[in-house]
Write a protein that binds this ligand. Structure first.
Ligand code: FE2
Length: 176
């Protein structure tokens, strides 16, 4: 058996505000919605994967005012370096949203919060693997070539730094 990640379901306080953020800032589409049962709260399903009914869902039943705190973050992969930079530029001016660019060597990531304090990461894979956990802030003003050169410079001295294909081939082999 192999389990592949499909979705997470969030309890939210303000569905309208959360949908606005996930749709407008992050590009999710509502794929379905309806009450969980007669008279029960509504669940709203969101996706931006063509082959996934929902990657996220939200149920408006949260009462506490404190930021959500059981999950550290959810992460989404993007296909292009530019996607990370563009999203950074969308999020950076938004009130109440704090964006932190962080590279794990194997990614160029931005970390941010949604309006209810859930942690989110959006990342682009670099061509390399390097042992985790580790992270260094990176300058989102760099273009792709500069960012890749910076990753190589910043993480390339480590023993575990290697092409990602090599690393995953080994992982696949040992998983049998
Ligand atoms: Fe992460």
């Amino acid at each position: 058996m192999q389990m592949t990640w499909s979705h997470a379901v969030l309890y939210v306080r303000d569905m309208h505000n959360m949908l606005d953020f996930y749709e407008r800032a992050l590009g999710f589409k509502v794929t379905d919605r309806g009450p969980l049962a007669e008279g029960a709260p509504e669940i709203v399903f969101l996706s931006q994967a063509p082959d996934e009914h929902h990657q996220l869902a939200m149920i408006q039943t949260r009462k506490d005012e404190a930021p959500s705190n059981s999950v550290n973050h959810f992460a989404f992969r993007v296909a292009a370096f530019e996607d990370v930079r563009q999203l950074h530029n969308v999020l950076a001016p938004m009130e109440g949203i704090k964006v932190a660019p962080l590279s794990h060597g194997n990614t160029l990531s931005i970390y941010f919060n949604d309006p209810e304090g859930n942690g989110l990461e959006v990342f682009w894979d670099t061509p390399w693997h390097v042992a985790q956990p580790q992270g260094k802030p990176w300058d989102v003003g760099m273009d792709e070539a500069q960012a890749l050169a910076w990753v190589q410079e910043s993480f390339g001295g480590e023993d575990t730094f290697e092409p990602r294909e090599k690393y995953y081939a080994r992982r696949g082999a040992s998983a049998g």
